[in-house]
Design a protein around this ligand. Structure first.
Ligand SMILES: Nc1ncnc2c1ncn2[C@@H]1O[C@H](COP(=O)(O)OP(=O)(O)OP(=O)(O)O)[C@@H](O)[C@H]1O
Ligand SMILES: [Mg+2]
Length: 157
C-alpha cells in the first residue's frame, strides 16, 4: 500500500456506534460500560481502559450537572464512538443544554461554576490527562460536545 493510501486508511473509521440515553446519573455507568465493551476488541490494558472510562464519566457527569442543570424531563445525552485502523478510539459526548460561555477558561484546572463548592473543577483536566486528545465545542443555549481521543495499544506495537 502506498503511503497516501495508508494515511487515508488510518483516517477512516473501521467501526462506529451511536447511543442516546436520558441525562440521569444512573446512566453514567451505562456510558462507561458501553465504551468499555466497544473498545474491548482492541485488547486495551487495564490502565488504558480505566483512563477512557474515567474520561467518559467526567464528560457525562458534566452534561448532567452543568449542561442540564435546570432541565426537566427528557434531557438526553448523545454518545458516539469510532475505532480507526491505527488503534485510535474517538468518543464524542454531546448535550443540548446550557452551553459554556468561555471554553478556554472552563478548561483551566480548578475552574468551576459550582456555587455549592462540591466540585473541584478538575473534570476537563482529568479528561485531558487521561486521553491523547481533548476537544470541546460549545455554544450558549445550544449545548456542548466533548471529543476524546485515546490511542489503544500504541506502546505495545
Ligand atoms: N456539558 C457542560 N455544559 C455546561 N457547562 C459545562 C459543561 N461541562 C463543563 N462545564 C463548565 O465547565 C466548568 C469546568 O468543568 P470541570 O468538569 O473541569 O469541573 P467541574 O465539573 O466544575 O468540577 P469536577 O469535574 O471536578 O467535579 C464547569 O464548572 C462548568 O461551568
Ligand atoms: Mg466536571
Amino acid at each position: 500500500m502506498s503511503a497516501t493510501a495508508e494515511k487515508r486508511k488510518a483516517k477512516k473509521a473501521v467501526d462506529t456506534f451511536k447511543l442516546r440515553f436520558s441525562a440521569k446519573s444512573v446512566n453514567e455507568s451505562f456510558a462507561r460500560m458501553a465504551v468499555s465493551a466497544f473498545v474491548a476488541r482492541l485488547d486495551p490494558t487495564v490502565s488504558e481502559l480505566a483512563d477512557i472510562k474515567t474520561a467518559v464519566s467526567e464528560a457525562v457527569t458534566n452534561c448532567i450537572v452543568h449542561g442540564y442543570k435546570d432541565a426537566r424531563g427528557d434531557a438526553e445525552i448523545l454518545l458516539k464512538g469510532s475505532i480507526y485502523a491505527d488503534g485510535r478510539v474517538v468518543i464524542e459526548i454531546k448535550d443540548k443544554g446550557l452551553g459554556i460561555e468561555d471554553v478556554e477558561t472552563a478548561m483551566l484546572p480548578m475552574y468551576t461554576t459550582d456555587p455549592a463548592g462540591e466540585r473541584s473543577g478538575m473534570g476537563f483536566t482529568v479528561m485531558g490527562a487521561f486521553c491523547d486528545g481533548l476537544k470541546v465545542r460549545s455554544a450558549v443555549g445550544k449545548g456542548t460536545t466533548v471529543v476524546l481521543t485515546k490511542k489503544i495499544g500504541f506502546g505495545r506495537l
